[in-house]
Design a protein around this ligand. Structure first.
Ligand code: GBH
Length: 463
């Protein structure tokens, strides 16, 4: 292996999961009900009516799972904390047994030499807050989120030094609070879905987005106040990435303008402290309602920027008239990975962090998720031959290495996912893991790609 495919020293090789997708134990040890418990328990919402009641049973098998992570040389684990385990009612009295689970998990990770990175909100809102306030439609939920985040940083801060506030604003807002179809290429569309399963008018939707980023900002401040000095915090957003058709300065400028506009309600306001004029103009300037003070909170200084990178949002060309770019339709024959939305282009892994650096001057970036689903099966010899995932990882990490070699400040990579798990409205059908899970026996089997990851992490290089 030549030296020129290596990552910077200290680069984190992580794997990621989320509480509702792996933990199970949905009503154990005093946990409150989450909006995903409610949503999945409602027939017709999830493919095959699957639920996360048991999932990977990670709540009970975390020791085995940490050992598996160690066996593939992971140096970091991004997990999420289930808010209703800590505050069953959303706020008020904390549930000590719920916190104890994460405390045990963190101890196990540290003993295995794996650094814990905790996400505070990966969509499993306490149902109590949905009922009381209408969830993120209300500022009260943002305030409650900060209370919970500060409490966690105070209690786990001696051992957890990195926090992601909210995972994928885009997904839980756009999928949970409206009924919407999004283009998936070739003129086709897919319907998004998710808890709480509402269909709000556009003005209220903008207020939901605003309260989500406000919750992020309030949580950043609460984590700094609650955790020890040096605690690091950022978000984990599914960045909309515009890819230039041609790598020339005019195309790149067009792609940057398109990227800034496409992230207006989330990344742009969190990093700039203002909503772009076009975003405000869309609804006649009437929504969202906000104050300057809130904008300052939303843009609270961060230690790093986290992005989930799966696919390009679009391709762009420059044009002379405003806004200076034009989206190019994605061709019907464009290659895809198994998930219907998963347009394949490894170069998105180069452009995403490069745009973060060039548009917003990011100085520390984590790829908080990247991966793909595949039609994995256990072969007769007991192995799982996910050749497409190996292709995917080599290509995407190759592009990430290209970015770091040009000085784009990426400090780590988290593969989605450590294991096959509950893929939201797709149920257990779409497998994203490095480790195959038999959902009848809960047996775990490392896939071919796990061997690839083990070697890449060992060498800190694309292999
Ligand atoms: C992430 O979401 C989640 O954080 C994670 O929990 C999930 O399991 C993982 O990725 C794999 O899906 O608007 O064209 O993209 C994934 C991002 C966003 C993918 C919504 C599907 C709908 C179609 N998801 N997207 S599109």
């Amino acid at each position: 292996m030549t030296a020129d495919r290596t990552f910077p020293d200290g680069f984190h090789w992580g794997v990621a999961t989320a509480s509702y997708q792996v933990e199970g134990a949905w009503d154990e040890d005093g946990k409150g009900v989450s909006i995903w418990d409610t949503y999945a328990h409602t027939p017709g919402n999830i493919r095959n009516d699957d639920t996360g009641d048991v999932a990977n049973d990670h709540y009970h098998r975390y020791r085995e799972d940490v050992a598996l992570m160690r066996s593939i040389n992971a140096t970091a684990y991004r997990f999420s904390i289930a808010w209703p385990r800590i505050f069953p009612d959303g706020a008020g009295e904390p549930n000590v047994k719920g916190l104890d689970f994460y405390s045990r998990l963190v101890d196990e990770l540290l003993a295995a030499g794996i650094e814990p990175f905790a996400t505070l909100y990966h969509w499993d809102l306490p149902q109590a807050l949905q009922d009381r306030y209408g969830g993120w439609l209300s500022r009260d939920t943002a305030q409650a989120f900060a209370g919970y985040a500060g409490f966690v940083a105070e209690r786990l801060g001696d051992r957890v030094g990195h926090y992601f506030t909210i995972n994928e604003f885009t997904s839980f807002v756009e999928g949970g609070y409206q009924v919407i179809e999004v283009p998936v290429g070739g003129g086709k569309a897919m319907r998004l879905g998710g808890a709480p399963g509402l269909d709000l008018p556009p003005a209220e939707l903008k207020q939901v987005r605003h309260h989500a980023v406000l919750g992020h900002g309030l949580a950043v401040q609460a984590i700094r106040a609650g955790g020890p000095a040096g605690t690091k915090v950022g978000f984990a957003e599914n960045m909309a990435v515009a890819v230039p058709v041609i790598d020339t300065p005019d195309h790149v400028r067009a792609a940057e303008a398109a990227t800034r506009a496409a992230n207006a309600g989330f990344i742009t306001v969190m990093l700039e402290g203002r909503y772009p004029d076009e975003y405000l103009a869309e609804a006649g300037g009437t929504t969202p309602t906000f104050t300057d003070d809130e904008l300052r909170t939303i843009a609270s200084p961060l230690d790093f920027v986290g992005i989930n990178v799966y696919k390009p949002r679009c391709y762009v060309e420059p044009v002379d008239e405003p806004p200076g770019y034009r989206e190019v339709p994605i061709n019907a024959s464009h290659p895809k990975m198994q998930s219907s939305w998963h347009v394949l282009d490894p170069e998105v892994m180069y452009w995403a962090p490069r745009h973060l650096q060039s548009i917003w001057g990011a100085t520390s970036i984590y790829i908080t998720e990247n991966g793909c689903s595949a039609s994995d099966v256990v072969a007769e010899d007991g192995r799982v031959y996910d050749s497409d995932r190996v292709m995917f990882l080599r290509a995407f990490l190759g592009q990430l290495q290209r970015a770091t070699s040009e000085g784009v400040p990426v400090d780590g990579y988290f593969l989605w996912s450590a294991q096959d798990n509950f893929e939201w409205i797709e149920g257990y059908g779409n497998r994203f893991g490095l480790i195959y899970v038999d959902f009848d026996t809960l047996d775990r089997t490392p896939k071919l790609s796990a061997g690839w990851f083990r070697e890449a992490a060992r060498r800190n290089a694309v292999v």
